[in-house]
Design a protein around this ligand. Structure first.
Ligand code: HXC
Length: 519
């Protein structure tokens, strides 16, 4: 009997509709979802939001289309649960696609529900979180569904830089549907149950004759390691949602606000573990993560993009309870060289931090840009320029610490004083020069070495001379390019004071419509 029937009281009608909406596509499909190792949209929201804080919007919305049997099959909510709630006490707008209703596919009304949430988030200045689990465009609706996607892409773009937007991929995300998450600030994926691709394995097989599984083509690890599309990978959905909550704890509600602060008790800020961290031999690696953990608040470092371009490390941390973004060359991987992927990774992170008032800390130990045809032909010029541009236009407080190498163009790019950094420190082990001593000596003393009685001895002598002159931070400090040469163990204390000193920094860029970052 239809719930609207006269046999039911008004309250019973509402009870029945509420129960029906809670079941989405029905008990059988919920069971199928669980069998795949996936949670339902509502179960995910339960974990994401503070207990009892969720308020649903559009619970009884249904699709309007009638083609291909859609007039006979209706589900309350139309495959997406939308609303708002609190995460660690802070307002957040959410949508969670419900795979049990037409495979979470996006209809005209499904899109309208998402857009309503995004509009509210923009008006009220709070993040939007999307939990994606969808077969893509609702095939029966044709262009209406494509229009719905385009409306979402457009809103994503308008919201970019105004409110944080985060996408967790918890099932399929295929075709043009991938472009909404791609425009958002961060993507999280779950191993084995989520995948993203523009064209699936069948189309790939037809067009390129490659045999590839969904997991290989667009699974979580593929996008974490190879493409860099996802910023985070989790072993399961619960871990993914917990990572998302942690991520939010470092960012403000919108571009007008500051990130939340945690309580911090001043203590002995001396860090003797850093005193001898840099190896005697300048070619020997060390782990920059050790430096990060010594100078930031205990266990506050939250790495972003950990599996991609590991020669650079980026992530959020706190210094004296205040959120910062860390960008650090990693001498333990490829000697910390800058390449295409590292430049892209760091540039996007710098821009996120700058959008949302998160100060930047750069830890520098970089031998230069990676040479080779692969890099040149694939555009290290325009990609390296992305990082340069991102730093140049960043107006948040910016501090650099040069721990060891700062060579060539990479010295300029890595948040040098010349491109707007506010405070630049160097350790006594810093080497700031156009290039490494042996390369430099071979070029500028070529003739002298060739004419010497013992060319090898002459080269050694010239390398020594160049090293003494340039493999130190003092030339740069004499010029004021380095504000202070500090003892490594003092670094944390210096950073606490410097970030505090820069707390009220105001910097404005020239008036313009928008810049033209080399994309
Ligand atoms: C309507 C869909 C659907 C879709 C799935 N379903 N995708 N209904 N439109 N796009 C329905 C199925 O009919 C099924 O209904 C239920 O969802 C679950 O699907 P299954 O196939 O049983 O699930 P599973 O085996 O897990 O496979 C999931 C899947 C597969 C891989 C996502 O359903 C699939 O390939 N779907 C089509 C994907 C696709 O080509 N989408 C269009 C992409 S192009 P019942 O009633 O049996 O439960 C696109 C363009 C966007 O999205 C462009 C934006 C610019």
């Amino acid at each position: 009997m239809e719930p609207e029937s006269a046999a039911f009281s008004k309250k019973e009608i509402l009870d029945k509709k509420n129960a029906e909406a809670a079941l989405g596509g029905g008990a059988k499909r919920i069971e199928a979802q669980h069998t795949k190792g996936k949670l339902t949209a509502r179960e995910r929201l339960e974990i994401l939001l503070d207990k009892g804080s969720f308020e649903e919007i559009g619970r009884f919305v249904m699709h309007r289309s009638k083609d291909f049997g859609l007039d006979k099959e209706h589900y309350l909510g139309d495959g997406v649960v939308t609303g708002y709630g609190k995460i660690n006490g802070r307002l957040t707008y959410v949508f969670a696609q419900d795979f049990t209703v037409f495979g979470g596919s996006l209809s005209e009304t499904h899109a309208e529900k998402i857009i309503r949430i995004m509009d509210l988030a923009m008006k009220n200045g709070a993040p939007v979180i999307g939990l994606n689990d969808s077969g893509g465009a609702r095939i029966q609706e044709g262009v209406l569904s494509l229009a719905g996607y385009a409306d979402i892409f457009y809103k994503n773009t308008l919201a970019s830089g105004v409110i944080p937007q985060i996408s967790a991929i918890m099932g399929p995300c295929a075709g043009g549907a991938v472009y909404s998450p791609a425009i958002t600030d961060f993507i999280l994926m779950v191993e084995n149950t989520s995948y993203m691709f523009v064209t699936g394995p069948n189309v790939v097989k037809t067009v390129t004759h490659e045999d590839v599984t969904s997991e290989e083509l667009g699974g979580a690890m593929t996008h974490a390691v190879k493409s860099g599309v996802t910023h985070f990978v989790s072993a399961n959905e619960v871990e993914c949602i917990l990572a998302l909550k942690k991520l939010l704890s470092y960012v403000p509600q919108n571009c007008e606000e500051e990130p939340p602060r945690t309580t911090y008790l001043p203590a002995d800020e001396n860090r003797p573990a850093l005193t001898n961290l840099i190896p005697e031999n300048p070619n020997q690696p060390y782990d920059m993560r050790q430096v990060i953990s010594e100078i930031t608040d205990v266990e506050s470092f939250f790495e972003v993009h950990a599996n991609f371009a590991e020669n650079i490390v980026v992530g959020f941390a706190r210094i004296a309870g205040r959120s910062i973004g860390v960008v650090a060359n990693q001498p333990a991987v490829l000697a910390g060289v800058l390449d295409i992927n590292a430049s892209q990774k760091a540039a996007r992170f710098v821009r996120f931090c700058d959008c949302f008032n998160i100060p930047l800390l750069v830890l520098e130990d970089v031998p230069g840009f990676l040479p080779g045809t692969d890099q040149e032909w694939n555009g290290i010029i325009s990609n390296g320029a992305k990082l340069l541009y991102a730093f140049c236009e960043a107006t948040v407080p910016r501090i650099t610490v040069i721990t060891r190498k700062a060579y060539g163009g990479a010295y300029d790019v890595m948040n040098s004083k010349h491109i707007g950094a506010d405070m630049n420190f160097a350790w006594p082990t810093a080497e700031i020069a156009v290039m490494g001593a042996s390369g430099a000596a071979e070029i500028i003393f070529k003739k002298e070495i060739a004419e010497a009685e013992d060319p090898a001895e002459k080269l050694r002598e010239k390398v020594d001379e160049y090293t003494r002159k340039f493999a130190n931070p003092f030339r740069a400090a004499h010029r004021g390019y380095i504000d202070e040469v500090i003892y490594p163990e003092q670094t944390r204390a210096k950073l606490i004071r410097a970030f505090e000193m820069l707390e009220n920094k105001v910097a404005t860029l020239p008036r313009k419509k928008h810049g033209n970052i080399p994309l």
